[in-house]
Design a protein around this ligand. Sequence first.
Ligand code: NDP
Length: 334
Amino acid sequence: MSNIETEDLSLDEISKLAKTVFSNNGCDENNTNALARTVTTAERDGSLSHGLFRVPGYVASLKSGKVKGDAQPKIDNKLASIVTVDGDFGYAPLAIEKGLPVAVEAAKNTGVAVIRLINTFHFAALWPETEFLAENGLMGLACTVYKPAVAPAGASTPFFGTNPVSFAWPRPDNDPFVFDMATSTLAMGDVQIAARDGHEVPHGTGLGPDGKPSDDPAEILKGVLLPFGGYKGSAIALMIELLSAGMTGDNFSFEAGETDNNDGGPAKGGEFILAINPQLVVGDNWSEHCEEFFRRIKAIEGVRLPGERRHKNRRDKGPRKVNKELLERIRKLI
Ligand code: NDP
């Protein structure tokens, strides 16, 4: 196991660093602030594969001109429940921040809303969008695709992205229930971090370039990741392709792979976000009913709910330990 050096940074320092890097690399104020919020909240919650770790990739795509730093997302919701957010070829966070309140309003009035996010580049965790919906009393579901990195069950050729899905359930007097996971056994960011830090990855994470199972992240990065749970995870990854690309009209992973310039940043794609209002669908008492369910599951020894680790991290207002080598790379981008 390698000795990893870290540096303590407050959340304020993380936010300032991110803002400086993004604004010095071509982002206007709105995009800078939205991206810095994404990076900072990821670090705050301990979503380390999608915080500062992603900054060099964000900058690479700004520099290559693939992603617009002054993108101005536009919203079209002529149909009350269908909110199309065209990201204007910018990073997803600003487009999402603009679209979510419109979807909340729609779901509060009609019971359901779909965000069809298109022409964006998503390089972040998905929980910020689903958790926002749950904090507004709605069930949230979000998914997106990426470039081919995961072999469908039975194959050794990459075809699916790591295709994350997040789901959040509102709990009026508690933190919302939220899960957010790649449908590969490990997220690509975690495999990259394991390769950087010299850790093995769990068996079943992927295949090496020879098509044989490997526990070495560097070999898997040259080979292919596997879906979680065999053919079952493979089916969910396939569904995510259809929701995120078929249902938005933006790229499937294979299309993103064929058109991306491979500059180190994310590929263009869409995101599918669904909001449902339990108050309108179920009526009064939906929350008491569900809270009893949560009481029961929490009473089982050994159970910890997804999202609890992040919410606990969030309550810690102290500095975060940031990988020193990563910080040095980021500071060179200023
Ligand atoms: P993890 O495997 O770390 O966690 C997945 C979920 O399981 C989380 O909600 C986590 O909650 C929960 N969890 C973890 N351990 C336990 C446990 N022991 N008991 C109960 N629940 C548990 O996430 P991934 O590595 O799969 O994904 C990481 C991130 O990568 C996600 O945020 C995803 O959105 C992002 N991603 C983004 C992509 C993109 O293109 N934008 C592509 C792929 C992934 P908790 O957080 O509380 O630990």
